[in-house]
Design a protein around this ligand. Structure first.
Ligand SMILES: [Fe+2]
Ligand SMILES: [Fe+2]
Length: 274
């Protein structure tokens, strides 16, 4: 059995340390549960998209786990396709890669191939996105019978793969269609994401969609529409055995129930129109 822990949306920063008190309990929990690997599904930092210090410190926080780890970036780490203030670009990607590592990766464990994808590139329409899709096709077609599990930040959809544009909360319909086509073609078994700060485990058309909880903070109704899933903090444990897997959310003792709504103006102040 190989145990993998998914953590997500820690939003860590030394200069904006609003959620930093939740990091030591996460480290303690990870060390107690002794995973073979930790996967962070993004929004590691408060603002690695613009702050070198946040990204450098983010890597340092992850090393405190004292466990092998991998991460995929969130919108607050590298910006995102189409964002007028923080578009994902070469400089932001380079900062992630310099401090954290590749923004896409694959790892083989038991009868599985785990694939980390940079969802902030979905819909970018640039060479980076094209290279990532070509790479995805290559690691999927060479999996040799291994089952595929994707780990990425933004969920592909909320409720229905055919739904329209859900704005900030999920991948846009056009890039989503290309990914859903690959999920069907390559028989992807798991898509594990973060971003929503909610836990959810549901199956659709042979694929299991996991929304990994944040271990940083929750989002109240003023700042997030009514979505499915559970508002709870914690992490997810994946136990892979052969081609099987058991997946469960775990609450992490010692986490303070922070709500972004209480500190939004300090952590993510509104931007001007320009
Ligand atoms: Fe987040
Ligand atoms: Fe996010």
């Amino acid at each position: 059995m190989v145990r993998v822990i998914q953590i997500s949306d820690t939003h860590l920063s030394r200069s904006k340390a609003h959620f930093a008190a939740n990091w030591p309990p996460v480290c303690d929990w990870v060390r107690r549960r002794k995973p073979d690997l930790v996967i962070h599904t993004g929004d590691l930092t408060v603002d690695g998209a613009d702050s070198e210090a946040d990204m450098r410190d983010g890597a340092q926080f992850m090393r405190e786990l004292r466990t092998p780890w991998l991460a995929v970036p969130g919108n607050h780490d590298v910006g995102e396709a189409g964002n007028p203030h923080q578009p994902i670009d070469a400089e932001r990607l380079a900062r992630w890669r310099r401090h954290i590592g590749d923004d896409r990766w694959s790892r083989d464990i038991e009868g599985w191939r785990l694939i980390g994808l940079d969802s902030m590139l979905f819909g970018a329409g640039d060479d980076e996105e094209a290279r990532q899709l070509a790479w995805l096709d290559e690691v999927s077609s060479s999996a040799n019978g291994r089952r595929l599990a994707w780990f990425t930040h933004r969920p592909l959809f909320i409720d229905d793969p055919a739904e329209g544009d859900m704005g900030y909360w999920s991948v846009k319909p056009a890039p989503r269609a290309k990914l859903l086509e690959r999920i069907r073609r390559d028989d992807v078994a798991i898509v594990a994401t973060g971003h929503l700060h909610k836990w959810r485990d549901y199956r659709l058309d042979g694929c299991r969609y996991i929304w990994g909880a944040s271990s940083g903070f929750l989002v109240g109704p003023d700042n997030q529409p009514d979505l499915p899933g559970e508002k709870r903090l914690g992490g997810a444990i994946f136990e892979f055995t052969g081609t099987g897997v058991a997946i469960a959310h775990e609450d992490v003792s010692g986490l303070a129930e922070y709500w972004i709504d209480d500190v939004l103006h300090e952590v993510y102040p509104p931007r001007g129109a320009a």
